[in-house]
Design a protein around this ligand. Structure first.
Ligand code: HEC
Ligand code: HEC
Length: 212
């Protein structure tokens, strides 16, 4: 900001520059505040800790452009909420400005604040985790999901129940995502279980406090 100020000050008077800088900083803070307020009043019951037992995705730390795209798809009917039949109505009630604000707010939140307990010590966890890691690697999932390629969302550390559901929706073709269904056709029940155990178990990677 200092550089910006000094650059601009060569051409404009100080009062004008300071006014612009204050407006920029102010609108940014306002948008963040608006995003937080929308999330607390309209979304937290399903996407925050109160909704932990629901099959809803964690949105904390998600790519903001993916959040915007998903909300626009729910708003315009390109994606149908198969689980609770509520996202379409909720997204329709948000303006594009609201969507931008809530996406920016969520992108800045720490996914570790979502209080997921994973029983890493349970029987079979290690075996499922390793088999899932291999399947994830050989299927090249990280190519898109760890680089935001094709607007692929972050899935590492996502909630197991939601991952399972999303994968079964792609497999059945009820959620349309051109990149996803084909590669899942040959998967067995066990492959799904293992990959979900791996991806959700990678909460460890996020360095969240865990009972490991
Ligand atoms: C009544 C519960 C409920 C409320 C309230 C709710 N959601 Fe959702 N949301 C869901 C469910 C269920 C899904 C998954 C739907 C599906 O995949 O079929 C979802 C999916 C999403 C997705 C897609 C994420 C992904 O990983 O694909 C976004 C983004 C989202 N919600 C944002 C919001 C925002 C922002 C609000 C508040 C303005 C909100 N939701 C309020 C239940 C809710
Ligand atoms: C060619 C790129 C690509 C590859 C490879 C890929 N995905 Fe995806 N995946 C996507 C895109 C794009 C979406 C978002 C679809 C949408 O917007 O609804 C997605 C969505 C998902 C979702 C839903 C996440 C959410 O928040 O709703 C899951 C789970 C998922 N992929 C798992 C996988 C797994 C497991 C693999 C490996 C077998 C994989 N993906 C490989 C592009 C890819």
């Amino acid at each position: 900001m200092n550089t910006l100020l000094s650059l601009l000050s060569a051409r404009a008077n100080w009062a004008g520059v300071v006014a612009i800088a204050l407006t920029l900083a102010g609108s940014h803070a306002l948008a963040e505040g608006r995003g937080a307020q929308i999330f607390q009043s309209q979304c937290a019951s399903c996407h925050g800790n109160e909704g932990i037992a629901l099959k809803t995705p964690i949105l904390h730390g998600q790519e903001p452009a993916y959040i915007v795209r998903s909300l626009m798809a729910f708003k315009h009917g390109g994606r149908i909420d198969q689980i609770m039949m509520s996202m379409n109505g909720i997204a329709s009630g948000l303006t594009e400005e609201d969507i931008g604000s809530v996406a920016r707010y969520l992108a800045g939140q720490d996914p570790c604040d979502i209080d997921i307990k994973i029983d890493y010590g349970r029987e079979g966890f290690r075996e499922a985790f390793s088999a899932g890691r291999e399947k994830y690697a050989s299927s090249n999932c990280g190519h898109c999901h760890e680089s935001f390629h094709h607007f692929a969302p972050r899935i590492i550390g996502q909630k197991a129940s939601y991952l399972k559901l999303a994968l079964s929706q792609f497999q059945a073709g009820v959620r349309v995502a051109p990149m996803m269904p084909r590669m899942l056709q040959s998967w067995t029940e066990e492959d799904f279980e293992n990959v979900v155990t791996y991806i959700s178990g990678m909460r460890l990677m996020r360095a969240c406090d865990s009972e490991y």
